[in-house]
Design a protein around this ligand. Structure first.
Ligand code: GAL
Ligand code: MN
Length: 333
């Protein structure tokens, strides 16, 4: 029966082809799913507080942007729900921190407080960028699944140069090694301390935090770069929020694109002898105006100890700049 045999062979080829397609598809799907937020799957047996549509949890602050990105404030999320949704995903968060020159003195408090509050329960890989590897404290106890690598960087004379070089160094680090070993990346300032939870509620494709000194002001008063000669120029009638560069992050691909663009713009500015008013922070703000963050962190996530603790909209200070003697830690003013 030659016709039957042909049919059989054809079905065999088709079935084989379909199996290969399915295998390739499921492999690709699982790879991309680890990169971005997965569908939230929760244990239905656990009793949770009911969310009520007519009873907003925060009425004193904006909790969603005009482009529908959430703004994370205390009260807007249930930490247990968030933890349950993220913990099973085996996520690794690369965390860059720059400790150049005398800034190494901030590392101990930074790391010790991060171990108590930052992405607890997830794998964290700290990348400490420093010119003084010997000054990195080697006796900070890191939790299970958490590790620290030192990346040696040259020391630049001016703090402004150190600051703006971060974009280039982060970009290179993502490209050269971080991209293989992490799902998300956060870039943090070292002269800071954690006081409260900064957990997976802060994860998203592109995440930035609202500066604690400017959220009350109209955009015309934000300290954006206002000179048209700079690639970071933002006119007075534009702008959503003023973001502080002390904490930003997201998926590796998105943060790579951000740091690459900022680095290129910093180089263009440099070639015409211009340095933006707040160095890489000005370029970050320019980038985020055109590439809207998918999640915003309220100033709880980037407070400043110099602001005290009595702003009534701040229910919980989570991460905060320490008060420092600038003359003591910087080599130029
Ligand atoms: C300061 C902060 C700087 C920069 C500046 C912008 O409070 O220390 O890093 O963000 O605000 O005006
Ligand atoms: Mn700082």
């Amino acid at each position: 029966m030659p016709i039957r045999r042909e049919h059989f062979q054809l079905s065999l080829v088709l079935a084989g082809g379909m199996t290969i397609c399915w295998l390739v598809f499921s492999y690709c799907a699982s790879v991309s799913l680890t990169q971005v937020n997965r569908q939230v799957v929760l244990n239905h047996r656990l009793q949770r507080k009911q969310a009520k549509l007519m009873e907003p949890v925060r009425t004193d602050v904006l909790t969603v942007t005009p482009w529908l990105a959430p703004i994370v404030w205390e009260g807007t999320f249930d930490p247990q729900v968030i933890d349950e949704a993220f913990m099973s995903q085996n996520l690794t968060i690369a965390t860059t921190v720059f400790a150049v020159g005398r800034y190494t003195r901030f590392l101990r408090d930074f790391l010790e407080s991060a171990e108590k509050h930052f992405m607890v329960g997830l794998d964290v890989h700290y990348y400490v960028f420093t010119d003084l590897p010997g000054d990195v404290p080697n006796n900070v106890t890191l939790g299970v699944g958490r590790l620290l690598s030192i990346v040696r960087v040259p020391k630049f004379d001016r703090w402004q140069e150190i600051s703006l070089r971060r974009m280039e160094l982060i970009q290179t680090a993502i490209k050269d090694h971080i991209h293989r070993g992490a799902n998300y990346i956060f870039c943090l300032d070292v002269d800071m301390r954690f006081h409260g939870r900064v957990g997976p509620e802060a994860l998203g494709r592109l995440v930035a935090a609202i500066h604690p000194w400017f959220y009350m002001y109209p955009r015309s008063q934000f300290p954006y770069e206002r000179r048209t000669v700079s690639t970071a120029y933002i006119p007075l009638d534009q702008g959503d929020f003023y973001y502080q560069a002390n904490i930003f992050g997201g998926a590796l691909e998105d943060v790579h694109r951000l740091t690459k663009t900022c680095r290129e713009h910093l180089e263009v500015d440099k070639s015409v002898g211009v340095e933006a008013v707040w160095q890489e922070e000005s370029h970050l703000n320019w980038y985020l105006l055109r590439n809207k963050p998918t999640k915003l962190l309220s100033p709880e996530y980037v407070w400043d100890d110099a602001k005290g603790r009595d702003a009534k909209e701040i229910k919980l200070v989570r991460f905060s700049s320490v008060i420092k003697d600038k003359a003591e830690v910087r080599e130029n003013l």
